[in-house]
Design a binder for this molecule. Structure first.
Ligand SMILES: [Zn+2]
Length: 248
């Protein structure tokens, strides 16, 4: 029980940092300075204003200094991160794989929310994803260099091919995102990720149209679907591939 509580709290704290990344990176602002402040009155928030979820709840979602409403996005991202961290712990147990998956999950959350807000996957985030993947794999010996290279070209190449035949249905950001995920996942899990993202994206797109949340002319960012596919592959890839092979 204590270990779940520890990972939930860790998720809240990391989620709070991911909020800063999601908000500031698209505006080319530093994620380290200045410290968190109210966007309206510019008051620097004190440590007790920055306790994830709790501060938001106690101040009823408002700035304590000028009363402006804060977006409910902040506590949502914090709770989502915390929930995913506990879920990863539950599936993977304390392991190197868990450590790797928590870092990947954090990247996936930042990419998902920025893509949702701005229809953009930032190169600087992808470069960090790329670099972190190489370092962690070499350090933990989980993938050899050739598997990373092949998976990376496979991911980028497949989405580039789809982008060409669909004439812009896939953006440059998606292509680079798939290439970077190849580094993290290796070629088998990468293929599973792309397959899942097409299925989830197809169903998700139809649902968005059916409930009139989007219409035919709207651009629906594909990055969040790739991110969800990558998360499912990381947590359940082994089971899904085994299940599939048994039925061949
Ligand atoms: Zn304020």
């Amino acid at each position: 029980m204590y270990i779940e509580l520890f990972f939930f709290t860790l998720g809240l704290i990391i989620g709070s940092f991911l909020n800063v990344c999601i908000y500031r990176l698209p505006q080319n602002q530093s994620i380290l300075t200045p410290s968190s402040h109210c966007m309206t009155c510019n008051t620097h928030l004190k440590p007790w204003d920055l306790i994830p979820v709790l501060s938001y709840h106690l101040s009823r979602g408002r700035c304590r200094y000028c009363g402006v409403s804060f977006s409910s996005r902040y506590p949502i991202v914090e709770i989502l991160t915390a929930g995913l961290f506990v879920w990863c712990l539950y599936i993977l147990g304390i392991s190197l794989e868990l450590f790797k998956t928590l870092i990947l999950t954090s990247f996936l959350l930042v990419i998902t929310f920025i893509d949702y807000d701005h229809q953009l996957i930032l190169d600087k985030v992808l470069l960090w994803l790329f670099g972190a993947g190489v370092v962690i794999n070499l350090w933990t010996n989980s993938l050899d260099i050739w598997d990373m290279i092949i998976a990376s070209f496979l991911g980028g190449g497949l989405l580039l091919f789809i982008a060409v035949i669909s004439r812009g249905g896939m953006g440059g950001g998606d292509i680079k995102f798939a290439a970077a995920l190849g580094i993290w996942l290796g070629w088998q899990y990468l293929l599973l990720t792309l397959l899942l993202s097409f299925i989830i994206g197809g169903v998700g797109g139809l649902l968005l149209l059916a409930f009139k949340l989007k219409n035919r002319k709207d651009f629906i960012p594909f990055g969040p679907f790739i991110a969800l596919g990558a998360l499912i592959s990381s947590l359940y890839g082994n089971e899904i591939i085994t299940w599939y092979l048994e039925r061949l």
